[in-house]
Design a protein around this ligand. Structure first.
Ligand SMILES: [Zn+2]
Length: 293
């Protein structure tokens, strides 16, 4: 599952290709992905200009000159490729491999600037929707999103308030998209290690009895922002055979502190602990029991 840094890396790769271009031709090779494509999908896009390409949580949002927003989600296995003349590149970098099998190229966007953008998704958990801009904020999937972790609204006070009284684990709270939008398993594990907080700790313990922020909330917010910024700077969490738009391999996976590193030494200076793997809510958690308390 791509996480926020991967999606942001994809956005940064696609923006220079798509922004300002018109859709010359839109080809759908099937009727649905996770959901059916909107009625008249190709007709509503063809001839229209892409005014901008933004992101909210893990959703890519292309503002179209018609007043619609093209919402794109990568799901589990989705990826974009850009073709121009004989050259091909894959924006973004993923921890898990992406296929290039043409049988999974479900959407082909021919742009007026000569670029062809394909959306490939073997497992088809991704989706595309067309929503009028003025209705976007009312969409259930948008309304359910908490603050952007890299935005100014996400601070210690906001996180503490969202976690106050929660009896769930801190890890489960951070995976809850209403608490903070766009975080997944990898970066939650990484942020908790940086903040030296146990994933098993009750979420409520980052708030004071009054609901105000405990010092732990400030540490955690700093760690979340730092780990995301580092991953975006490295081009997503990276991978085996995928390359960023400039041809460099994303290298963030070499910087994972705990994720997928069971049995390795904890990287916290002076800790000397060993990374352990446990299962919480059916998913692997990697953490250091020595310094994460
Ligand atoms: Zn440690």
């Amino acid at each position: 599952m791509p996480e926020l840094p991967e999606v942001e890396t994809v956005r940064r790769g696609l923006a220079p290709v798509m922004e300002g271009a018109r859709f010359a031709k839109v080809v759908l090779n099937r009727a649905d992905l996770r959901y059916p494509f909107p009625k008249d999908f190709a007709k509503r896009l063809t001839g229209k200009t892409i005014d901008g390409l933004g992101r909210r949580a893990k959703y890519l949002l292309a503002d179209i000159s018609s007043g619609d927003v093209l919402v794109m989600h990568l799901g589990m296995s989705g990826s974009f490729r850009v073709f121009r003349d004989a050259a091909e590149r894959t924006p973004g970098a993923y921890y898990h491999d992406r296929t290039k099998h043409a049988a999974h190229d479900h959407v082909v966007l021919h742009l007026s600037n000569g670029n062809i953008v394909t959306f490939n998704d073997p497992r088809r958990f991704g989706f595309m929707k067309l929503i009028p801009r003025r209705e976007l904020e009312d969409e259930p999937f948008m309304r359910a999103l908490g603050p952007e972790p890299l935005g100014n609204a996400f601070d210690a006070a906001a996180l503490a308030q969202a976690c106050a009284g929660k009896q769930t684990s801190l890890k489960a709270a951070l995976l809850d998209q209403r608490v903070v939008a766009g975080l997944g398993n990898i970066y939650v594990c990484e942020a908790l290690n940086r903040a030296r907080l146990s994933p098993k700790r009750k979420a409520s313990t980052i708030a004071l009895r009054s609901g105000a922020a405990h010092e732990r909330a400030a540490r955690l917010v700093d760690a979340i922002k730092a780990v995301l910024n580092d991953a975006i700077a490295a081009g997503g969490s990276s991978l085996r055979d995928h390359r960023r738009t400039d041809g460099e391999l994303g290298l963030f996976q070499h910087h994972f502190r705990v994720y997928d590193r069971e049995g390795q030494p904890c990287p916290t200076p002076g800790c000397g602990g060993t990374v352990r793997r446990i299962v919480q809510n059916g998913r692997s958690t990697f953490f250091c029991p020595a310094c994460q308390t």
